[in-house]
Every structure is written in C-alpha cells, then in structure tokens.
Design a protein. Structure first.
Length: 78
C-alpha cells in the first residue's frame, strides 16, 4: 500500500512539473495599492519558508506598463 502511494505521489509531482529542479518551487503575485505591505509580506514569506530574503525575486511591474516593454520582461528571464 505504501509503495503504491509513493508511486502515485511521484507520478502526480511529475505531471505538474515538481520534479524539475530548474523551475521555481512557488510563485506569488501580490496586488494592491502602494503602502499596504506587499513587499514586506513577500520578504517575510521568503524568510520563513527558505530562511532567507535573498531567494526572493521581486519585479517592479511599473516598468512594464507599455505594450512594447513586455519583451523586455521576457528577455530578463530567458
């Protein structure tokens, strides 16, 4: 029974891509007005789950408000 559960768990993780170590473990999008604590929440989550704020990648989306700047965003992560 336990072996079956392990195989099923492995299969489910493989299906959703969780076995790929080149992908991020989790991604969050925090939306809201200025000054409500979005950045502080992200830092706190990074510190709690990964023991460091350094693992966090923060993107200031104000830089990408124009249609032509989307390619700039994509090129930074490829």
């Amino acid at each position: 029974m336990e072996e079956t559960l392990q195989k099923q768990s492995w299969f489910m993780m493989k299906q959703v891509g969780l076995n790929n170590h080149n992908l991020p473990i989790v991604g969050f999008i925090f939306c809201g007005p200025t000054g409500v604590g979005k950045s502080e929440l992200a830092k706190a989550l990074a510190a709690y789950y990964f023991d460091s704020e350094e693992v966090m990648i923060m993107i200031d989306m104000r830089e990408f408000m124009e249609r032509h700047t989307v390619s700039k965003l994509m090129s930074e992560f490829m």
